[in-house]
Structure formats: structure tokens, C-alpha cells
Design a protein around this ligand. Structure first.
Ligand SMILES: [Zn+2]
Length: 392
């Protein structure tokens, strides 16, 4: 359903994270079961030094199992719930809370933060109907006749309104990411992988609409409520390293610089969705690289938002300049996490059936977790800062 591309590599179909998960979920669950069986047989055979590794590995399995049931939507619903919950804590008792609550009309900011992903369940090829009822628990809250009509109307207006080649996905799905090469040290419009319909432009546009200004082209945000629903989600996405930084690869898996040569779509890795992640201890493919970053451990979900975590979020500094400039600054921060952690030290196999592969070590997984927390914290803080700037 509106999937950008669906090349296939091994048994795992490759989809853009911004598309809904479809048939490949079952394949992944089977793979996870396979990995778990291997882990169990290992547990009986290995010497004690292996135990520490296994503990971490079992944590990983839980993560993989979690993502396989919650979908490959950006950050996963859990991450977006966390961002909304953090922001809600930070605006408590302020005018921003009063104004946001009035627009959301009973919906919490945490629930609102997944709306833009749930809207991907509207299929333009089926007369903008909602094709995934009862499939995603986080979307349940929008699955009323009015809620579905609201998502359908949004997708209808934001489907073909941007510059869109036949291979490109629906415009509203493009709002969730940008693909700046990891060789760059900051986000700047015009760089390879940026678009006037990318996540940086979308957050700025939604901010304007929240302030009562008209929706800037190509975006069609019809009301402050719709702008808030979009914003609550995209501020999360703009902090996911693989939603901002991208590696571009040639057919041999060698990184290329898309800003130093004519843009070649064949080098696009689609936010790591075209890169299969091979977990070194098992030598098995576990997910694509993007999914390993979307996946949120239990310790970072919304129920873990407590006073200590809120305090950390309150300490996140505000970007300089007007609020509409902030998204570009945030993207630059996220790009650094992409180049310095997410893509750091990775090697890629040659392209097969439209996809590459990369081995991931336990050390890599260990390095991911603090970055996930840091980015979720920044996202919650930045969402709150933006809402307070709109409604001082
Ligand atoms: Zn998203």
C-alpha cells in the first residue's frame, strides 16, 4: 500500500519505513523465531563467558520481536508515544497545554503523535479508504467514522501536491524524512536528498499553520488541529538518525558522495531500508538497518517517562533564531548522530536484488541505546519548545 519500492532480498522484502508493513511481517516473525531457536541451543552449549553476550543478545531478540509486531513505522509507535508524553510533561500548566488540548479535543499529545503514521493506512488507490482497521493498536483511537474521514481528507490533499516522480511515494509519506548524505556536516536545503516536501520543510510549515498563517506550498495543512497532529509526529521523526542522514552506495557497496556527482537513484539506500542488518553472533539477517533504529527498548517507552527523564528534557537547550529555523538545526544535530554513530564503521556487501547488507556487532547495538534515549529526549523537549513558542 503505497510502498515506495518493494525490491526483495533473501526472504525479507525491503520497504521504505514510511510505508505500512504488509506481508513481510510474517516472514520476519519466522526469522525471529529461527534466531531464538539458535540462541536457545547456544545457551545450553556455551561456556559462561558467553552468558553476558547472550543476555544482551536476548535483549536484542526482545527488541526484534517487539518491532516485528509493532510495524516498521518511524521510531515505531512506542517512540512517538514517548516523545508526546515527554512534551506533555514539559508544557503542563502552560498556555501551550491549554491551546493544544483544545485542538486535540480529548486526544492526548502522546496518542496524537502517531496520527501521521496511522494516516498511511489510507490508500489513494482505493479511493482514499482506510484499509488496515484493527491492525495497529496505536491507531485504534482514530478508527471512528470521523477519525477515518479526517485521515482520508488529509491524505487526499497531501497525495500528489508535491513534485513527485512516478517512483516516488505519496507526498504525505515524504514529509517524514530527508536523506542528507552522511558526508555533510549540516542540513541545508538543496543538498542531495533534501526536498521542499521533506521533514524539515514539513515541520516549519506545520508551525506556520499553528500560528495562524496559511499553509505554505506544497503542504496542505487545512487547520491548526491538522498541523498539530502532523507536527507532534514529525518532530519525533526528525530526531531519528536514519530519517535524516543517509549513506549512498554503489553496486559494490562502496559509499559515494551524491553531492559530488550527478544524482543517481540507484545509489539511494532509502534511509537504510535497503540495507539488510546481519547480526554477527548469529550471522543471520535480523531486520533492515532502518528498523534497528526505529525499534525502542521497553526502558524507553512512554511508561518510562518519569520526573528524572522530564528533568533531562527540560535541560535541553533551545535552538537559536525563529522557531521556523529550528527544524533545520535539529536535523543537523540528528545528522551528526547518523554519521558519528548509526553509519560509523559500517561496511556493506555488494548490491543484490536491489539491496545491500551490513554486519552489526553486539558493540554496535550497545552503542545505539544511549543515542536513542538522547534523541527521544531531544525530540520531546523540542516539541514542547515549539508549542511554547507558538503559544507563549
Ligand atoms: Zn513517521
Amino acid at each position: 500500500m503505497g510502498i515506495k519500492d518493494s525490491g526483495s532480498s533473501g526472504t525479507l522484502s525491503v520497504i521504505r519505513v514510511t510505508g505500512c508493513v504488509t506481508q513481510y511481517e510474517d516472514e520476519r516473525q519466522q526469522q525471529v523465531l529461527l534466531i531464538m531457536r539458535q540462541a536457545r541451543s547456544k545457551a545450553g552449549a556455551e561456556e559462561p563467558p558467553m552468558n553476558a553476550l547472550l543476555t544482551r543478545f536476548q535483549t536484542l531478540l526482545a527488541l526484534v520481536a517487539a518491532v516485528s509486531t509493532t510495524s516498521a513505522w518511524s521510531w515505531g509507535a512506542d517512540g512517538h508515544h514517548t516523545v508526546g508524553a515527554l512534551a506533555a510533561q514539559l508544557i503542563q500548566g502552560t498556555n501551550a497545554q491549554t491551546q493544544a488540548s483544545a485542538l486535540l479535543n480529548g486526544l492526548s499529545l502522546a496518542d496524537a503523535a502517531v496520527w501521521a503514521d496511522c494516516a498511511k493506512g489510507i490508500d489513494p488507490d482505493k479511493d482514499y479508504t482506510y484499509t488496515v482497521p484493527n491492525r495497529y493498536p496505536e491507531c485504534k483511537v482514530f478508527e471512528t467514522p470521523e477519525g477515518i474521514a479526517e485521515m482520508s481528507d488529509y491524505v487526499r490533499r497531501n497525495d500528489t501536491n508535491c513534485r513527485r516522480l512516478p517512483k516516488d511515494e505519496s507526498c504525505h509519506k515524504q514529509y517524514h524524512y530527508t536523506d542528507v548524505a552522511v558526508q555533510r556536516d549540516h542540513y541545508q536545503p538543496g543538498l542531495a536528498g533534501t526536498r521542499d516536501s521533506d521533514v524539515v520543510a514539513a515541520v516549519a510549515a506545520a508551525t506556520r499553520v499553528l500560528r495562524g498563517e496559511p499553509s505554505p506550498a506544497p503542504f496542505s495543512f487545512k487547520s491548526p488541529r491538522e498541523a498539530l497532529l502532523v507536527l507532534a509526529h514529525l518532530v519525533g521523526d526528525i530526531h531519528q538518525p536514519l530519517h535524516v542522514g543517509a549513506v549512498y552506495l554503489d553496486a559494490f557497496g562502496k559509499p559515494v558522495d551524491p553531492d559530488a556527482q550527478p544524482e543517481d537513484p540507484a545509489t539511494e539506500t532509502r534511509g537504510g531500508n535497503s540495507i539488510g542488518a546481519i547480526f554477527v553472533p548469529t550471522n543471520r539477517r535480523i531486520a533492515n538497518l532502518h528498523q534497528t533504529w526505529d525499534d525502542i527498548p521497553l526502558a524507553l517507552n512512554a511508561t518510562a517517562v518519569d520526573a528524572a527523564w522530564s528533568k533531562q528534557a527540560r535541560a535541553v537547550p533551545k535552538a537559536a533564531g525563529p522557531a521556523t529555523d529550528w527544524p533545520a538545526a535539529w536535523a543537523t544535530g540528528t545528522l551528526k548522530q547518523a554519521s558519528q554513530v548509526a553509519y560509523q564503521g559500517l561496511a556493506y556487501g555488494e548490491q543484490k536484488a536491489g539491496a545491500w547488507s551490513t554486519p552489526l556487532t553486539t558493540r554496535y547495538y550497545d552503542a545505539m541505546q544511549p543515542v536513542k534515549k538522547k534523541q527521544l529526549t531531544a525530540a520531546g523537549a523540542h516539541l514542547a519548545q515549539l508549542l511554547r513558542a507558538v503559544w507563549p
